[in-house]
Design a protein around this ligand. Structure first.
Ligand SMILES: Cc1cc2nc3c(=O)[nH]c(=O)nc-3n(C[C@H](O)[C@H](O)[C@H](O)COP(=O)(O)O)c2cc1C
Length: 310
């Protein structure tokens, strides 16, 4: 039996498998497929201050290698989340990684001030792949200074006992520079990666497939991008815990992210085809580690870096 426990900046989890933000709402819909407390944690859909209806439809398009979505940040807002969703997760015995999103630094700080104070939040994940309404809609995660400003404000507003993770976009030239800026601003860890910006055109209508024109690409196509981002950031900042996410469908996919340096793995798009994917991947990852002679999950984290790479 492999010891699957892991730790995220002092928060110990029984195992490293999680849902990815936006792929299982606040976890409740998975409750009829499996016991959500069996996962290391449930990552909730990014919460904003106010309720929002998201972007116009159609907002999902399938490609051969992955999915495009332009859902936008649809959700009930912080009040409903604190009233209904968070208590459900606590009651179910799940550990909650709560994702927040905002359009300004002040909005992120306001969310951070309310959430951990409510109790039941194991980790705060800061989704910075959002347009900055105060700066011509430039995405926070694409600018180290703007990303750092969000993380500094969130860290200052959050209970010191709750680790703050910055979720980064792979759509940048130098992801290490953004990672470093977030850590220097006070982030305790990083989540790598969010979706890549993509687009599909319907050959029948000969028009863009998504009403929002562009969307986030997720699924198998982006796994090599996630592995690369985790590898680069772990090499540059080896002491910083990383939650890996991007195209994981099997235990071996998860293992790849772990060997690159992830100490937790989130499963997103795979849930749409198989709601039990996160628990299946957990069992497959444990078996794969056992076969490779690992007694502890944590011994495999960053293993591919040892011995100088290849
Ligand atoms: C439908 C959908 C909605 C998503 N919503 C969010 C979100 O609200 N916040 C966020 O940080 N990431 C969101 N993501 C990104 C995922 O959490 C994840 O980073 C990405 O999909 C890559 O993982 P995957 O290939 O396993 O899906 C969403 C992804 C999908 C497919």
């Amino acid at each position: 039996m492999v010891d699957m426990s892991t730790s995220l900046s002092g928060v110990v989890l029984p195992n490293p498998l999680m849902t990815a933000s936006g792929c299982a709402a606040a976890g409740r819909e998975l409750g009829r497929f499996f016991d959500v407390s069996a996962l290391g944690a449930v990552v909730t859909k990014s919460i904003m201050l106010a309720a929002r209806s998201g972007r116009p439809t159609p907002r999902m398009a399938e490609t051969e290698s992955g999915m495009l979505n332009s859902i936008g940040l649809q959700g009930p807002g912080i009040d409903a989340f604190l009233d209904k969703d968070l208590p459900w997760l606590v009651e179910a015995g799940a550990r909650a990684v709560v994702s927040i999103a905002g359009g300004s630094v002040a909005e992120y700080a306001a969310l951070a001030a309310r959430l951990p104070a409510a109790g039941g939040v194991s980790v705060l994940e800061v989704n910075i792949s959002c347009p900055n309404v105060e700066s011509r809609g430039e995405v926070f995660a694409c600018d180290p200074i703007a990303a750092g400003a969000v993380l500094a404000a969130v860290r200052a507003a959050t209970d010191p006992a709750v680790p703050v993770f910055a979720k980064l976009s792979p759509d940048v030239t130098d992801i290490v520079a953004v990672a470093r800026a977030c850590v220097e601003a006070g982030a305790d860890g990083l989540t790598l990666v969010n979706t890549l910006l993509g687009m599909a055109i319907d050959p029948v209508s000969m028009r863009p497939a998504l009403a929002g024109l562009t969307g986030g690409l997720s699924g198998p196509a982006i796994r090599p991008v996630a592995v690369r981002a985790i590898w680069q950031v772990h090499a540059a900042l080896p002491a910083v815990p990383i939650m890996g996410v991007g195209g994981v469908r099997t235990g071996l996919d998860a293992l790849e992210l772990v060997l690159a340096g992830a100490c937790a793995v989130q499963v997103g798009t795979a849930i749409f085809g198989d709601p039990t994917a996160p628990v299946r991947v957990l069992a497959e990852l444990a078996a794969a580690l056992d076969e490779r002679g690992f007694a502890k999950f944590t011994d495999a984290v960053g293993f591919a870096h040892r011995g100088g790479g290849r």
